[in-house]
Design a protein around this ligand. Structure first.
Ligand code: ADP
Length: 473
């Protein structure tokens, strides 16, 4: 594939020049012959007209002798390298510079016909068989009293015209060769700017296809090829990163599955071999059940995330009151809050605040946030659930005064499986998947979620939703 592009370009280049030579050899050649012929004919016609109006007219009016005219025209013919004839309309040659005067013998041009010029003032050919080579013959009529008395005809050999046109043609060929050599610059440009970078790109894609995603592709140009190379290299980087993420993800999942399974196995073996006595079975079965709960939670979260990735998050949007969702979700946590002596304060804007979103998914978001806030709050503290409205957006805030999130973890808490070191003690069942699900849901709504938190002071999660302006009172 690689070679053909180059070959095709060179082939196109050669075809271009073969056509160039053909055109110069045919069109340009015939055009220059035509041009020289016209030019020569024009200048000879001027001479012929001059002769016709002066010497020839005087000759016919018997004002000058044939010998004088002949000697004058002989000199002129040498100068013009042509033959000058004076012919009667009947074809009789009165005088020619090609032969000495011979009054005794008449020389006739057989089948002479002055209309041979066909409306022009010159003709080419052997002039009624008088010449063996091709001649250019220019006519000028000799008139007296509005009558044509004869013609001055100047003949010159076409070979001299062909010779001059050929010398011009040679210049054209030389120019063409120079042009050909200069245009090799295009070939160099093509090689440097297209062919070589393209080969680099192909090499890189072959490496990527073979799995070497860290192969470095560098094409130093700012044109489309450079852009293509940069895009491919960016794409390879993204693929490599997603592969790394995938590996990390699988490592995390395996780890999170292995620890509860190991402890379940440990307890069950201890029960089987009698290390744990019968009377403690209740306690340890409780622990085992707890671990299985954690496994179920983990599996469910993984399935939710996976579904979101496969289908994208499919939203079933409707208009609903976000205040009401906050009230009911807060109510579901009443039991847990009572145990930990945590108060939930609702600071809601308006009687109702209608938003357009996927209700069940937003319920899940609020559930996740509130669940975290309660998990990471100290006993005897308060959690504030707040709604506000600004520029057509509803803002929902879940604020606790719990353990907070260390600064360096703030960017990471939305990543899958991420748990801060602080939280490990407080929440043994956590999967680290809740916030990444939350973020995906909010992003699917084209909205944002942010966190403000200070370690040891508390955290606030705020997300936005579009207000349903039609339903608003
Ligand atoms: P998990 O199921 O473990 O809670 P999340 O994705 O919901 O997973 O949260 C990720 C981590 O972010 C938690 O393990 C915790 O370290 C931190 N985090 C989330 N919410 C809070 C909060 N309100 N206060 C302190 N830390 C929090």
């Amino acid at each position: 594939m690689r070679k053909t592009l180059y070959l095709k370009f060179i082939l196109g280049y050669l075809i271009f020049f073969i056509f160039g030579f053909i055109i110069v050899a045919t069109f340009v050649s015939s055009m220059t012959v035509e041009h020289y012929k016209r030019e020569k004919a024009d200048s000879l016609y001027k001479e012929a007209t001059l002769i016709a109006n002066t010497y020839a007219t005087d000759l016919y009016n018997n004002e000058i002798s044939l010998e004088v005219v002949k000697s004058q025209l002989d000199a002129l013919s040498t100068y013009l390298t042509s033959e000058i004839w004076i012919i009667n309309p009947s074809g009789r040659i009165i005088m020619t510079t090609a032969a000495p005067l011979d009054v005794e013998h008449e020389t006739m041009v057989e089948n002479f016909d002055s209309t041979i010029t066909a409306g022009s003032f010159y003709t080419t050919g052997n002039f009624f068989g008088c010449f063996t080579e091709e001649m250019l013959s220019v006519f000028a009529p000799i008139t007296s009293n509005f009558k044509v008395k004869g013609y001055v005809v100047i003949h010159t050999a076409m070979s001299s015209i062909h010779a001059s046109s050929e010398s011009l043609l040679n210049i054209s060929y030389i120019m063409l060769v120079i042009f050909f050599l200069l245009s090799l610059i295009i070939l160099i440009f093509f090689t440097e700017m297209v062919y070589l970078p393209l080969r680099k790109i192909i090499q890189a894609t072959e490496q990527y296809a073979a799995g070497n995603m860290h192969y470095e592709l560098s094409v130093d140009s700012e044109d489309e090829i450079g852009y293509l190379a940069a895009s491919i290299s960016y794409m390879a980087g993204e693929v490599a990163r997603s592969e790394d993420n995938q590996k990390k993800f699988i490592a995390n999942v395996s780890h999170d599955f292995r620890s509860p399974l190991t402890s379940i196995k440990g307890y069950l073996e201890a029960m089987k071999d009698g290390t744990i006595p019968h009377e403690l079975y209740d306690k340890y079965i409780g622990i085992v059940l707890n671990e299985t709960d954690r496994l179920i939670k983990l599996t469910n979260s993984l399935l939710t995330l996976n579904n979101m990735n496969i289908k994208g998050v499919v939203l079933e949007k409707s208009s609903f009151d976000i205040n009401q969702v906050l009230r009911t979700t807060a109510a579901t946590f009443e039991g847990t809050c009572r145990e930990k002596r945590i108060r939930i304060e609702l600071v809601l804007t308006g009687e109702s605040l209608p938003v357009i979103a996927d209700k069940s998914k937003i319920e899940q978001v609020i559930y996740n946030l509130l669940d975290n806030a309660i998990k990471f709050s100290h006993s005897d503290s308060a959690i504030k659930l707040e709604t506000s409205e600004k520029h057509g957006k509803a803002f929902v805030s879940v604020k606790d005064s719990g353990i907070g999130i260390p600064k360096e973890s703030l960017k990471l808490i939305f990543d899958r499986f991420y748990k801060t070191d602080l939280s490990r003690g407080k929440d043994k069942k956590g999967t680290g998947l809740g916030l990444s699900i939350t973020k995906e849901i909010i992003q699917a709504h084209n909205e944002n979620i942010n966190v403000i938190s200070t370690e040891g002071v508390g955290s606030e999660f705020i997300f936005s939703l579009p207000v349903d302006e039609d339903e608003e009172e």
